[in-house]
Design a binder for this molecule. Structure first.
Ligand code: FEO
Ligand code: CA
Ligand code: CA
Ligand code: CA
Length: 595
């Protein structure tokens, strides 16, 4: 089937060079292309949003109406009447930077000021914004818009699937276990065939703390995920101002206080961008992991798989197969299709074969005597269930992309400096102290997304070209050399195919780290799946990560996100403090991006 992909010339642009200057402060694209800031932290989402204050003095009520921080995964949803010129952009806001406040993140008498915490919570979540081409053919944000919406860490959302109302979801604040406030650390995403957005909750354990050492040690749902067990949560110490984030068990309160609150994060959250009145739903049948993404593969018969990386060192690759099929003619039937299905975890054998192992209560030791009293326990403790099944520990699985024709599946394994310590090298994760990462790909048996067997291979090892000398004139060590055919990069993270089958690769590494000096600033590259040629398309400003990618359906407009830039570009007002920003890329002749 790879022969089907052969095309005369997939990569039709002039590659751009690495950018190593400490003050590089632009978005660089090839000749004939233009990149312009489109939507920055603080920009108005709701029509009555106050104008963003350059000194970050906006309060949390303002932030609830403005773009959140740290733009990440996103998707363009077209309107049927004018798909190439009118749509909704759904954009994740993963976490917050200290620049959210005038003087950074503060403590008063060991506690976070509640007003700061609320602003941070308001800056998390998702923005949905209407966008359309103006009469001159330029894409603009539309305001006011009946679709524009901010979803934050404070927005009520429902729980769907096996965990809805379950004891594991009940807290003192929500004894019914059916309504969660908000979504956290929304990294990457997915899209359903029925036009809903799936935002995914990645590094949620670091928002919580359980100070009861004995309880934490025994509680798999906390310990296996790295919920904090010190004095404070790892990220923002919200628990010092908002008791919801203190997951220390409290026997004096119903349901142990908020001990179950961390169980309510790590899910896939389904949002209907076209229905602002519809509550988001956490789809618990997908299981609870450090959820990077939930990427669809749709079979010809309407059966589906959604692939997910669990981005932590030595964690796994999963897929969720809904029990039902997508029926285009019956939209009502799709509404809760994601509440029933089977979660699988991947095992990559050294001979290039692979298997999907089902996480099903009562099978393969997922039994009450092993701590899995029901399917609810299997799903809440999906990592522990996957441990028991013998899944393959991977080098930090991030995004997944599915080829639009062949359904070949690609996953970025971003890096893993601990490979070779706790987890031995293996053919899928072949380098010790893996700083540069790799991209692995597989074909499901018979091209069936729901298959239980597959064949895999490494697409490329990122890193420097073999034989490269470092700044001291010494050969770059073998574990930092890659197999890239073309422009070098490190730490692949975002992955997506366009409609012609170009694989777009986004990077996330510390551009100030010694091993990254040859790579320069973070970047967006384009690869030909057949020839494996890789060409650098875009470089972002110093200190940023490039993440999130989507297109208009005609592929003549591309949006990408510049997350946590260090310098002032590319704030949409063109001045003042650095702001995470969605950037619009177009071709000056109006052509298809990359062709
Ligand atoms: Fe939020 Fe794994 O990147
Ligand atoms: Ca990522
Ligand atoms: Ca990353
Ligand atoms: Ca990030």
């Amino acid at each position: 089937s790879r022969e089907l992909l052969a095309q005369a010339r997939l990569l039709g642009f002039a590659g751009v060079p690495v950018q190593t200057a400490a003050d590089f402060d632009r978005v660089l694209v090839p000749p004939g292309y233009t990149a312009r800031p489109f939507f920055s932290w603080g920009d108005a989402v709701l029509a009555d949003a106050p104008a963003w204050q350059a000194d970050a003095s906006d309060d949390w009520q303002a932030q609830l109406k403005q773009a959140g921080d740290n733009h990440d995964g996103m998707h363009f949803f077209p309107f049927a009447e004018a798909p190439d010129s009118h749509g909704l952009l759904a954009i994740n806001h993963e976490y917050v930077n200290p620049t959210l406040h005038p003087n950074g993140i503060s403590f008063v008498d060991g506690r976070r000021p509640l007003a700061e915490v609320r602003k941070e919570q308001a800056a998390h979540g998702v923005s949905i914004i209407e966008v359309r081409k103006d009469t001159a053919g330029h894409w603009q944000r539309v305001l006011p818009s009946r679709w524009n919406r901010r979803i934050s860490a404070l927005t009520p959302m429902a729980i769907g699937g096996p965990l809805a109302g379950h004891a594991l979801m009940q807290t003192a604040a929500d004894p019914a276990g059916r309504t969660v406030l908000g979504t956290l650390n929304n990294c990457s995403m997915g899209v359903t065939p029925w036009g809903t957005y799936l935002t995914c909750e990645e590094n949620w354990p670091h928002y919580f703390v359980n100070r009861d050492a004995q309880d934490w040690e025994a509680r798999v749902a906390h310990k296996r995920y790295g919920v904090g067990n010190g004095e404070r949560s790892k990220y923002y110490a919200w628990e010092t101002a908002d008791p919801r984030f203190d997951a220390t068990p409290d026997a004096g309160q119903p349901h142990g206080g908020q001990v179950n609150e961390p169980n309510r994060f790590g899910w896939v959250v389904e949002i209907d961008p076209f229905d602002p009145a519809r509550q988001p739903v956490k789809r618990s049948a997908f299981g609870r992991i450090g959820r990077e993404c939930a990427v669809l593969s749709l079979g010809a018969d309407g059966r589906m798989a959604f692939y997910s990386g669990d981005d932590a060192k030595g964690e796994y690759v999963y897929k969720f197969v809904p029990a039902g099929r997508f029926e285009a003619a019956n939209p009502q039937a799709n509404r809760d299709l994601l509440d029933d299905g089977t979660l699988y975890v991947a095992r990559f054998e050294s001979n290039g074969s692979g298997r999907w192992l089902p996480l099903v209560h009562g099978q393969q030791g997922l039994t009450a005597e092993n701590g899995f009293a029901s399917q609810a326990e299997v799903l809440v403790n999906a990592r522990a269930a996957a441990d028991r099944l013998g899944a393959t520990p991977m080098d930090r699985p991030e995004w997944v992309a599915v080829h639009p024709v062949s359904r070949e599946v690609y996953v970025s394994l971003t890096n893993n400096d601990a490979r070779g310590d706790k987890h031995a090298v293996d053919p899928a994760n072949p380098r010790p102290h893996n700083l540069h990462g790799q991209i692995l790909r597989w074909n499901e048996k018979d091209g069936d997304p729901t298959a239980s067997e597959f064949r895999w291979e490494l697409f490329l090892l990122a890193g420097e070209q073999p034989g490269t000398k470092d700044q001291e004139g010494q050969p770059v060590p073998a574990h930092l050399s890659g197999t890239i055919n073309g422009d070098i990069f490190s730490s692949p993270d975002g992955l997506a195919f366009d409609g012609a089958g170009r694989l777009w690769i986004q990077t996330d590494y510390g551009d100030d780290e010694p091993a990254m000096q040859a790579m320069g600033c973070n970047q967006l590259l384009c690869a030909d799946p057949l020839s494996r040629e890789v060409r650098r398309f875009l470089v972002g400003p110093r200190g940023c990560e490039i993440t999130g990618i989507t297109w208009s359906p005609d592929y003549r407009a591309m949006w990408i996100n510049v997350q946590h830039p260090q310098l002032s570009y590319p704030a949409s007002d063109g001045q003042t403090r650095a702001r995470s920003t969605t950037v619009l890329v177009t071709r000056d002749d109006g052509g298809v991006i990359g062709s």
